[in-house]
Ligand binder design. Structure first.
Ligand code: GLV
Length: 305
């Protein structure tokens, strides 16, 4: 039996149901817990953290699948120890997420939310030389955390805007990262923070990257630089980021993810120069349907039929 917690976009889960027993039961309900002993595969969302105890109740488990590329909510060590296959969606949401990071970058630097609110308020008095001036991007440096598929896809977009691109990732500094139309140097974290007008996060949340952008590192960012986060909230010390926005050190923050989402540090809501989205990185019909197909075929393969 495949124990899922919610339907997915498209028909992949129904098609899986034609050959396998699929039960859809809300996460952490009594019925879900009661069904664990029979489950051969679990399918959860990124907002549904599984624990080692859950695995302990599921002796027949062959696969744990998540409808996301991120796997930070899964008990990876226990899965490995028990030979349980972990299935996620690498590759499929690369462009959708990079597009959303670009949308956040432009919304923030061109002040789209403020402009839209002004028009909707009915108080717009017309074009003015200094109205809602933003930050031009050509020639500025875009510092990218993470040189994986999404980081490189975002680099192509920043490069297309005329930005210089530099990377930092766990491989350390040195060499260059090829992102298709061009390449950018891999440089030390301190240098990346000091040099960049835009810092965009594209690394997974792991024990190495949790709180990576703490108060000290946020302060190392160039004054007025903006932060884009479409990765995971836990990579940033949010309280420090909010303080630095109020101080004016941080020029802006475009966020799609939050440490305790969907609960938000309420201070985000009144923090200046922010664009706040509800975790939409992969939210296109095409991408969510493809993610569902990828997850379902991974489950089929893991169950061996
Ligand atoms: C989105 O954040 C994902 O991990 O798929």
């Amino acid at each position: 039996m495949i124990l899922a917690t919610s339907p997915m976009v498209g028909s992949a889960l129904e098609e899986l149901g034609a050959t396998h027993e699929v039960r859809i039961i809300p996460f952490r309900s009594e019925a879900w817990t009661a069904a664990l002993p029979e489950a051969r595969a679990l399918l959860v969302l990124l907002s549904e953290p599984l624990t080692p105890e859950d695995l302990g109740r599921a002796p027949n488990l062959r696969a744990v699948a998540t409808y996301s590329v991120g796997v930070n909510h899964l008990p990876l060590a226990e899965c490995e120890a028990r030979g349980i296959r972990v299935i996620s969606t690498p590759g499929t949401l690369t462009d959708a997420t990079a597009d959303l990071a670009l949308a956040l970058l432009l919304a923030l630097t061109r002040r789209l939310a403020e402009g839209e609110a002004l028009v909707r308020s009915g108080h717009w008095k017309g074009w003015a030389p200094d109205q809602l001036l933003g930050m031009g991007l050509r020639g500025r440096t875009c510092g990218i955390f993470g040189a994986g598929a999404i980081g490189r896809a975002f680099a192509t977009r920043a490069w297309a805007l005329g930005m210089e691109v530099a990377f930092w990732d766990r491989e350390g500094s040195g060499g260059t990262v090829d992102f298709g139309p061009s390449s950018g140097p891999r440089i030390p974290l301190d240098a990346l923070l000091a040099r960049s007008s835009v810092v965009s996060l594209h690394c997974p949340l792991t024990s190495d990257t949790r709180n990576l952008l703490d108060a000290r590192r946020l302060r190392q960012m160039a004054r007025g630089a903006v932060l884009i986060n479409t990765a995971r909230g836990g990579i940033v010390d949010e309280a420090a980021a909010i303080d630095l926005l109020h101080e004016g050190h941080l020029g802006g923050a475009g966020l799609d993810v939050y440490a305790g989402e969907p609960a938000l540090d309420q201070r985000w809501l009144s923090a200046p120069r922010t664009v706040l989205l509800p975790h939409l990185g992969s939210a296109t019909v095409e991408t969510r349907s493809a993610m569902a197909r990828q997850v379902c075929s991974g489950i089929r393969e893991a169950l061996g039929n």
